[in-house]
Design a protein around this ligand. Structure first.
Ligand code: ZN
Length: 173
């Protein structure tokens, strides 16, 4: 296992559509272990494989109590409601904004053993899942902001670069 470098805004891999995982092989399990280790090292609560340079549809999440969920090829099959909430991203450190997401989602995926899982999520876990699946499609949370706000953030990044905000780091995905 190894902590991998988190790719940052501007890295082209964050804009690529990730490929489905054909089978949960030992190599995939090793990649999952790296994702979990990197997420914990960065004190994140979710991480998608493209964020560490792996162009595959793999996501890990932490419920904040140390329970990790692995999602291989996750798909949202149902969504309901709409709710705004603050998000940050390990790939865009120091930037936080309110993003509108579905309030409830049903997700189908494979787990770390390649077994099919289907579950419902609400609240923060639902937000994390939607944020991470966006990463698999090359979408970043700032893309979901109103254009005026997004342009303001892009100008800020251009002018000041990306800076850590350690006091709020724990909420990054
Ligand atoms: Zn993110």
């Amino acid at each position: 296992m190894a902590v991998r470098t988190v790719r940052r805004y501007g890295d082209p891999i964050l804009r690529q559509k990730a490929r489905p995982v054909a089978e949960v092989t030992p190599e995939i399990k090793a990649a999952i272990a790296d994702l979990v280790e990197t997420m914990h090292d960065q004190i994140g609560i979710g991480l998608a494989a493209p964020q560490v340079g792996i162009p595959l549809r793999l996501v890990v999440m932490d419920d904040g109590k140390g329970d990790v969920r692995t999602l291989v090829n996750p798909v949202v099959t149902e969504r309901e409601g709409s709710i705004r909430g603050e998000e940050g991203c390990l790939s865009i450190p120091g930037i936080f904004a309110e993003v509108e997401r579905s309030s409830r989602v049903r997700v189908e995926a494979l787990d770390a053993d390649g077994q099919g899982v289907s579950f419902e999520a609400r609240g923060l876990p639902a937000r994390v899942i939607q944020h991470e699946i966006d990463h698999l499609d090359g979408v970043l949370f700032i893309d979901r902001l109103p254009p005026v706000q997004r342009d303001r953030i892009k100008r800020k990044i251009q002018k000041e670069g990306l800076r850590e905000d350690s006091s709020r780091h724990a909420f990054a995905l």
